[in-house]
Write a protein that binds this ligand. Structure first.
Ligand code: CTP
Length: 380
C-alpha cells in the first residue's frame, strides 16, 4: 500500500533506519521508518485511507506521522528533512531537504541506508555512506565529526548497537566519543533523555555488557558525577527472564542506600520505577534492621515480589532470614480469606488487608500452626 500510495502521488518513498539495518542482518523489526521526498502529511493521509490502522498520531509541525497497526507494528512517516539543532542536546527543528541530506543527519552508517519502495525502483538499496560495508565488517561508525556534539545520546546508542550486534565501534568514532565526553557534552542533555536511553538498554539481552562498556568509556561517571560499583556479575542465562525492574534493581545491589539516592537524583524515572527502587531500598534497610528477629523480617518481606526477594537474597547477610521466610511460606496453611472476614461482618476496606496480613504473619512466625488456632486468633 505504501508503494501504491507513493506511486499514485508520484513521490519517492523509502524505508530507512533500523528496519533496513535489521533486514540485512536478517533480524526482524516491528518498527518501520519511511521517508518520503515530498509532503509527508498528504502521503500519510492518503495511506490512512487505504490501510486499516489502530492509531494515528500526526505532528504537522515536524511533518511526521506515527501509525500503529492492529498487530502492534509501528510505521513512522517523515518527509526527508534537515534537522537543525539549536544547541547541543536540544531536540531538532526541521526543515525540508532531500534524502541524501536526511540520511546524513542520522547517527551511524548502518542506520543511514534506504530501500526504495516505488514500483520502478522497488528494493533498490540507497547507501551513500558505506552502511553495507560497515555491516559486513561489524562496525558502528558515525557519519560526521559533529554527530555526538549534535546529539550526545548517540554515544549511548553507539554502545547499545555495538553490544547488541557484537560489533566494534570504529576507531574514529570511539575517539569522537572520548572527545565529546571530555568536553562534557553529555551533561547538556536532560535527565529525561538520559533516562530514556537507559530504559532502552534494560530490555536488551546484553544490557550488562552495555553498562560495562558505558562505564569503560567513563560515560557513567561523567553522567552520575562519580564512579559506582554497578553489579554486572549475573550471567546472561540467569537474567534472560528478568523484567526491567529486576534488571535495574539487580544493577544496584552493591550500592549503599545513599549511593542509590544519588543515582536517582540524576534520573527522571517514571513514578513506578521510582517507587520500585525506593521500595527496594526500604525493604533492604528493614531486613538489615530486623537482624535475627523473624517477626520484623517477615513483615518487611510481606507482599514483596518473588523476583525482588531473589535479588535481596544475593546479600549474604540477609540470606538466612530470607531462606527461613521462604521455608515458612511453603509450610503455610492459612485458610482465612478476605471473603470470610466480610462474612464475619468486617466492613470492606483497608482493615481487611491489615487483618489478613496479621494472620499471615502469625502463621509465618509460628504463633498459629493449625486451623483451630487460626479461628481462635481471629476471635481474640
Ligand atoms: N536516529 C538518529 N539519532 C538518534 C536517534 C535515531 O540518527 N539519536 C535515526 C537512526 O537512523 C535510526 C532511526 O533514527 O535508525 C530510528 O531511530 P530508533 O527507532 O530510535 O532506532 P532504531 O535504529 O530503529 O533502533 P532500535 O532497533 O533500537 O529500535
Amino acid at each position: 500500500k505504501i508503494k501504491e500510495t507513493a506511486d499514485h502521488l508520484g513521490i519517492q518513498a523509502y524505508l530507512v533506519g533500523g528496519f533496513v539495518r535489521d533486514l540485512f542482518l536478517r533480524k526482524s523489526s516491528q518498527d518501520l521508518d519511511v521517508v518520503v521526498e515530498g509532503d509527508s502529511n498528504s502521503f500519510a493521509n492518503q495511506l490512512i485511507e487505504v490501510v486499516e490502522v489502530h492509531k494515528v498520531v500526526q505532528h504537522h509541525q515536524f511533518g511526521t506521522v506515527k501509525i500503529t497497526f492492529r498487530d502492534g507494528t509501528h510505521l513512522d512517516i517523515a518527509g526527508s528533512r534537515w534537522e537543525e539543532y539549536d544547541f547541543p542536546g536540544a531536540l531538532p527543528t526541521i526543515e525540508e531537504s532531500n534524502l541524501k541530506e536526511d540520511l546524513f543527519r542520522r547517527d551511524f552508517t548502518v542506520n543511514a541506508m534506504a530501500l526504495c519502495l516505488n514500483a520502478n525502483r522497488f528494493g533498490e538499496v540507497v547507501d551513500f555512506y558505506g552502511g553495507l560495508r560497515d555491516l559486513q565488517q561489524g562496525e558502528i561508525r558515525f557519519l560526521h565529526n559533529l554527530s555526538f556534539i549534535e546529539d550526545p545520546t548517540r554515544m549511548i546508542r553507539a554502545v547499545r548497537f555495538a553490544c547488541r550486534y557484537h560489533f566494534k565501534i570504529a576507531k574514529v568514532t570511539r575517539e569522537a566519543i572520548n572527545t565529546a565526553l571530555q568536553a562534557n557534552v553529555l551533561l547538556k542533555i536532560s535527565k529525561e533523555r538520559f533516562t530514556e536511553e537507559l530504559m532502552l538498554i534494560l530490555p536488551e539481552q546484553a544490557y550488562q555488557k552495555m553498562v560495562r562498556e558505558l562505564a569503560a568509556f567513563g560515560l557513567m561517571k561523567n553522567w552520575f558525577g562519580r564512579e559506582f560499583a554497578w553489579n554486572l556479575a549475573e550471567s546472561e542465562e540467569e537474567v534472560k527472564d528478568w523484567d526491567l525492574e529486576k534488571k535495574w534493581l539487580g544493577l544496584l545491589i552493591s550500592l549503599e542506600n545513599d549511593e542509590i539516592r544519588a543515582v536517582l537524583d540524576r534520573l527522571a524515572f517514571t513514578k513506578s520505577m521510582l517507587k520500585h527502587t525506593l521500595d527496594y531500598v526500604a525493604v533492604r534497610s528493614k531486613l538489615r534492621a530486623a537482624g535475627d528477629c523473624p517477626q520484623e523480617g517477615y513483615a518487611a518481606l510481606f507482599g514483596v515480589k518473588e523476583g525482588i526477594v531473589d535479588l535481596l537474597k544475593k546479600h549474604e547477610d540477609l540470606r538466612p532470614l530470607i531462606e527461613s521466610y521462604q521455608q515458612a511460606l511453603q509450610n503455610l496453611k492459612m485458610t482465612i480469606r478476605g471473603s470470610d472476614l466480610l462474612a464475619a461482618g468486617i466492613p470492606e476496606g483497608p482493615e481487611i488487608g491489615r487483618i489478613l496480613q496479621d494472620i499471615h504473619l502469625a502463621w509465618l512466625t509460628g504463633k498459629i500452626s493449625d486451623f483451630e488456632e487460626e479461628r481462635n486468633y481471629l476471635l481474640q
